[in-house]
Design a binder for this molecule. Sequence first.
Ligand code: WTA
Length: 635
Amino acid sequence: MRNYLIEDLPHYFEDYKKSIKNPKKFWDKIADENFVWYQRWSKVVKYDMNEAKISWFKNAKLNITKNCLDRHLSVRGDKTAIIWEPNDPKEEAQHISYSELYKRVNKTANVLRDMGIEKGNRVCIYLPMIPELAITMLACAKLGAIHSVIFAGFSASAVASRVNDCEAKMVITSDGSYRGNKILDLKSIVDEALEKTPSVEKVLVVKRTQNEVSMKENRDFWMENLYENASPDFVSVIMDAEDPLFILYTSGSTGKPKGMLHTCAGYMVYTAYTFKNVFNYKENDIYWCTADIGWITGHSYILYGPLLNGATTVIFEGVPTYPQPDRFWEVIEKHKITQFYTAPTAIRSLAKESVEWVDKHDLSTLKVIGSVGEPINEEAWHWFNDHVGKKKCPIVDTWWQTETGGIMISPLPFVTPTKPTYATLPLPGIQPVLMDDKRNEIMGNQVTGNLCIRFPWPGIARTIWGDHQRYKETYFTAFPGKYFTGDGALRDEVGYYRITGRVDDVIIVSGHNLGTAPIEDSINQHPAVAESAIVGYPHDIKGNALYGYVVLKETGESRQRENLKKEINQLISEQIGPIAKLDKIQFVSGLPKTRSGKIMRRILRKIAEGDFTNFGDITTLLNPEIVEEIKNERI
Ligand code: WTA
C-alpha cells in the first residue's frame, strides 16, 4: 500500500489545482510565454461540448514553422535539430542543424508551391523514416498546405481511400524503403493506389533505395531535380489559429477511417508544453522516440514537440532487431540518448532476447524512459525499469490518443512517483472523469469506469475531415457534455489512473489501432465467405492478436480451408496492410447473435481467450446452440 496522498506531491498538486480552477488563465500564460505570434488571440477558448465545437486562441495569427525553426536560428542555428540514423548501421548517420533544416524546408516549400500547392490544399505523404518525411511535413506547414501522412506500411487500397477521403492534390513518396533486410517498393503501391484517385495531380518521388520505378509523364517528378533549383528563401504563410495543420487517419468502429483534423495554434501549444514537461527536456538533451512519424506519436513527439522546444530529435529508419536485437541499445549508446520513448510491444519483443544484448551497451546517458500506445504489463514495465533504466530513470507511461494531439495522463519525471502499469496522474489542465454505463460520474477512488475528459484542452482534434456529425457522435454523445475516449480506466486509492483497454470495437495490436469493421469488410469480400467477426485475444509480444471467426458460404474440405486462410490474410494484407493479418482463423457454421441481429462479440472474445466461464444468459440469443460448437472447435 502506498503511504502518501496526491496532496502530498506539492509541486504537482499546486499547479494542477490552479490549472483546473482557471484553465483559461493557465493556457493563456503558456501560449503567451513560449511562442512567437504574428498577432495575439482575442479569446483563449470557446467551446460547446454538445455540438462538439471547440476553438482555441481565436483570431491569433502564427505559423508553426516559425516556432519550430526560424526563432531558433539566432540562438541555436548550429545545434543539431535532427539526427537521422539509417536502417543499415554501416551507412553514416546525418546530423542536420537548425539552420540546415530551415534551408531544406524553405527549398522544399518552394518546390511544392511551384508544383501548384497552395494554402488549404491537401498533400498526402507516404514516405519511409527519412529526413524528407519531416522536411516535407514542415514545408506543407510553412505554406499552409494540410499534410496527411500515411504510414508507409499501408496497402494500395488503404492509401487510395485516404487520398480520396481528403481529396489530396499531391502525393509525396519514394522509390522504396528499407526495413531491416527488406526493401519495400513504395512507388508501385502509390501507382496502384493512384489508379483510383482523381484528385491527385502531381506525385513527387524522393530517391532512397535507387529502385527502378516507373514515372508517369507530367504527373511524377523526382524531388531531387526540383529541389536542386529551388530558392532557399520562403516567406511563411500567415495562418489563423484554427486553420488546419494536418489530417491523420485513425481506425474507427465503422469501415471508414477517421481523418482527425488538428489545427495550428492549439496543437502547437499543447505538443510543445507536454514534450517539455513529460520528458523533462533540457537544452543539451538528445531525445529519441522510436515510433513511426506515420502515427500521431511521431507527429507530436518526433517532429513538432521536440522542434518547438529547440531539441535534438532522432529519426530512426530501421527496426529494433536489425542487424541484431541490440539495435536500440546500440543507437542509445552511439548518440548518447537522454530520453528514450518507445512502445510496450517493442519492449516485450526485446525482453525475449538475452539480456546480454542490453548489458553490452553503455546506457548511462539515459535520464527518462517512456512508453506509449497500449497498456504496459507489469513484467514489461519491470524489465524496462531494471535493464534499460537501470532503476534510476523514471518511466513515463503516457496515455493519449490521435484525437488528443498530445499526452494527457502521465507521470512527471522526478515529481510523480511511478507505479507499474499506471499512467498515474492527469497533466495540468486535463480533467479526466470516470463514467458508469448509465452516464453517471463515478466519484471517489478505487473505482473503474469509462474514461472521459471534462474540459477541452488545446490539442484536441477539432473534427473528422468532411464529417463533423461522425465526430460529434463518436466522441460527444455517449456521455453528453464530455469527450469520450473509448477507453476504460481504473482509479486507485490515491487517484492514480490505470488504463484498462478499449471498451469499443477497436483492437490494439502491437500498438496499432485496428477497427474490427474494416477487417471484417475485407474478409467478407472473399467469394467463399458469408460473414465474419474479429476479436482480440492476449498475445505475449503484440499485446493483442486477432482471432477471426469466419462463416463460409459452403463447406469445403480441410485442405482447401488451409488455402482459404492464406487467401483471407492475403486479402487483408492487400486492402489494409500486413499489420491487420489474423493470427487465428476458425471456420464456424454461424455467429452468436442477439435477436436484433447484433453479433455477441463478448462471447467470441471469451472463447478466443480460452475463458469458457460466465457467458451470461445465452438463451436470449437467436442461435444459442452455436456457442457450444464454437467453443468445442476453438483453435
Ligand atoms: C491506447 C497513440 C494504455 C489507448 C498515442 C488509446 C494506451 C489508444 C496508452 C490510442 C497507455 C495509448 N496506456 N493504453 N500509455 N497509450 N493507449 O490513437 O487505448 O494510436 O485510446 O494514439 O492507444 O491510440 P493512438
